[in-house]
Write a protein that binds this ligand. Structure first.
Ligand SMILES: *Cc1c(COP(=O)(O)O)cnc(C)c1O
Length: 251
């Protein structure tokens, strides 16, 4: 009948992503209004981990200029694959997952920011790698560091213990090549999101007393972005609601 003949798997995927992205943008807008905040103050960071460069391309053409990735070995090829195409207006790549020190050099070559910095040893490795990358002209600007704090002290899930947060933040701000940009956390499993983000918000307030430029609060994902926005989030990291479910093995 009137079935369009130009439908391809690629155009179907583009339509699916466009619909989901529009819904998430509306959802975030509503969350801001409900929280009495300006929508301009909360950035949407689409998380593209486990999804191919073709999906990144679709998001880019829908106006996205920030992408979150959680594994260096998945991110680096995607960054390389899209670099030429995005050259006139390069996006900002954000590393949001746990980072091993031996990946610091690679990440320093392409990341605008890292949301998951949780140890002094990683700070040292990133500082060294970024300084070299700046000297060699591989990157032009300092690396934005967002320190990840553990809200329940279970450091296996990432994040520095709250008792060590200020010392780590001082180390970042003293390190060459790095700029302390803010604080990040993932709520503990089974935690009440509002309580967890209220706790995070107060840690962020205290951090800002010593480091007034550490304004970013990276908080909120698909399941809890409204609660995060109620508690001062400036950046919600959203994967599933935009790109769909990831394989079970992902994190
Ligand atoms: C995967 C991931 C996200 C996105 O989670 P969704 O629930 O899919 O929105 C956010 N933050 C971090 C640190 C992640 O690893």
């Amino acid at each position: 009948m009137n079935e369009p003949t130009d439908r391809t798997p690629e155009s179907e995927r583009a339509l699916e992503i466009e619909t989901a992205l529009t819904a998430v943008r509306e959802r975030l807008h509503r969350a801001c209004v409900d929280a009495g905040r300006s929508p301009a103050d909360v950035a949407l960071l689409p998380v593209t981990k486990f999804f191919p460069a073709s999906d990144v391309r679709i998001l880019y053409h829908l106006g996205c200029r920030d992408f979150g990735e959680s594994r260096e070995q998945d991110a680096s090829p995607k960054v390389a694959e899209t670099a030429e195409e995005f050259r006139s207006e390069p996006p900002r790549w954000h590393m949001i997952g746990h980072l091993q020190r031996n990946k610091a050099k690679s990440v320093a070559a392409w990341a605008h920011s890292i949301h998951s910095v949780d140890s002094a040893r990683l700070v040292a490795a990133l500082s060294k790698a970024t300084t070299v990358a700046l000297d060699e002209g591989v990157r032009q600007a300092e690396l934005d560091v967002i320190v990840q704090v553990s809200l329940d002290g279970d450091v296996h899930r990432g994040g520095v213990e709250r008792g060590e947060l200020h010392e780590l933040a001082d180390a970042v701000s003293d390190a060459s090549g790095l700029r302390l940009a803010g604080l990040m956390a993932v709520p503990p499993l089974d935690a009440d999101a509002d309580a967890a983000f209220a706790d995070l918000e107060s840690l962020h307030r205290r951090l800002m007393l010593d480091h007034p430029d550490a304004r970013e609060l990276s908080a909120g994902m698909t399941g809890d972005l409204e609660a995060a926005v109620r508690h001062g989030s400036t950046c919600v990291r959203v994967g599933t609601a935009i790109l769909g479910a990831r394989p079970i093995t992902s994190q």
